[in-house]
Design a protein around this ligand. Structure first.
Ligand SMILES: [Zn+2]
Ligand SMILES: [Zn+2]
Length: 385
């Protein structure tokens, strides 16, 4: 079968992914008893994630990919984890216990949780201490078939959610998880970083009751898309100010945000950029007693400026990783299926630009065109047939 892979003989001085012919996955319960729990799925649409972009340009996930590939004694990793697909074959337990059958339409949680560790046992599977990530530490869905555990699958109703949007429930889930950390009803909100998840956060925060939503980004195109999605106001940070590596907050931005919120600051700030300065600006822009939601990451140390005032002003910080399995998926589905929130229309029409320049056929994969698209649109979807 065809698969879009990272060839692990290549990393330094290379970029991109290769369309290769590789053996298809199979269910063999005699040789691998755990295959009983699995399904073979034929992807219909898949989303290209920011983490895939990190692999494409070789600045993320090297160790996780190479270490896991060594254990499997292979030379490539099939990438991709944002999936909408059709089940074509089920293991015996996937069928008898989960009721899956060929023809069922499913999406998948991308973190394969172990189900045995302490966190899994107490209902915190999103921070499982022994998990695999599809498309990074185990083979993914940029392929004509993918084998996945039945327990990770999320049945999806294509009469209610259009397939291009159903394929990106997983990254939407990051925004849903972030917006579920604190009560947003009637609240003022600032979103630092209007990349893909920041854009989803505009929609989800609004649907969950946020009244004023302010977007902050150095990229004018990101802000333009965020405005189309319903931002109340946008603050552009001149690029020369973000190139300055100081962790100190941008006091001009913080003051502009305070002015829009009773002179006090927002109730909730979302840090979705991974910038140390943005984190401190987010904290400075939040009112006393407010909440800061941490989602953006970079490796290395961060500095918290004016630390004592985080405590003295009673500001709370909450980190968000992945999605709650499956509470987040349930809320994301309800939001997409709700006529009142027109979330899926806005995702399709604005974030996916109605498919123009964002929808690519998997079979005729053209790396040059594809690379242009992933650097100029917030979300790209691959279509299979
Ligand atoms: Zn993703
Ligand atoms: Zn676990």
């Amino acid at each position: 079968m065809k698969a879009l892979v990272l060839d692990t003989n290549e990393w330094e001085n290379t970029k991109g992914m290769k369309l290769l012919d590789v053996p298809p996955p199979e269910l063999d319960e005699v040789r691998c008893p755990e295959d009983a729990n699995k399904c073979i799925i034929k992807p219909l649409y898949t989303g290209f994630c920011g983490s895939d972009k990190g692999i494409w340009f070789r600045h993320a996930f090297k160790d996780m990919i190479f270490d896991s590939i060594h254990q499997e004694a292979k030379s490539y990793r099939i990438c991709g984890h944002e999936l909408l697909g059709e089940i074509v074959e089920t293991g015996s337990y996937a069928k008898s216990h989960y009721g899956y059958k060929p023809g069922d339409i499913v999406a998948t949680e991308s973190h394969i949780f172990c189900g045995r560790c302490h966190q899994c046992k107490i209902g915190d599977a999103h921070v499982c201490s022994d998990h695999l990530i599809i498309g990074i530490s185990t083979d993914g869905c940029f392929a004509e078939q993918v084998k996945l555990p039945a327990k990770e699958l999320w049945p999806t109703d294509l009469d209610k959610i259009r397939p291009e949007v159903a394929a990106i429930q997983e990254p939407l889930g990051n925004a849903v998880h972030a917006c579920s950390r604190v009560d947003l009803r009637g609240k003022t909100v600032a979103i630092f970083g209007c990349g893909t998840i920041g854009l989803f956060t505009v929609l989800v925060a609004r649907a969950m009751g946020a009244t004023t939503i302010i977007g902050i980004d150095p990229d004018k195109n990101n802000l333009k898309i965020a405005e189309e999605l319903g931002l109340d106001s946008s603050l552009h940070i001149p690029l020369n100010r973000t190139q300055n590596p100081t962790p100190s907050p941008d006091l001009e931005i913080a003051e502009k945000i305070r002015q829009q919120c009773f002179g006090e600051g927002v109730d909730v700030a979302f840090e979705m950029s991974g910038s140390n300065q943005a984190l401190n600006t987010a904290i400075a822009s939040t009112r006393a007693g407010g909440d800061i939601i941490l989602f953006g990451i970079s490796s290395g140390d961060y500095t918290l400026t004016d630390f004592q005032n985080i405590i003295l002003l009673g500001k709370s910080m909450h980190s968000v990783v992945g999605r709650k399995v499956f509470q987040t998926w349930y809320i994301a589905s309800n939001l997409l299926m709700s006529q009142g929130h027109s979330l899926q229309d806005k995702i399709y029409e604005v974030i996916l630009n109605r498919g123009v320049g964002t929808l690519f056929p998997f079979k005729d994969f053209n790396p040059t065109e594809f690379e242009k698209a992933i650097t100029s649109h917030p979300k790209i979807v691959l279509k299979y047939d």
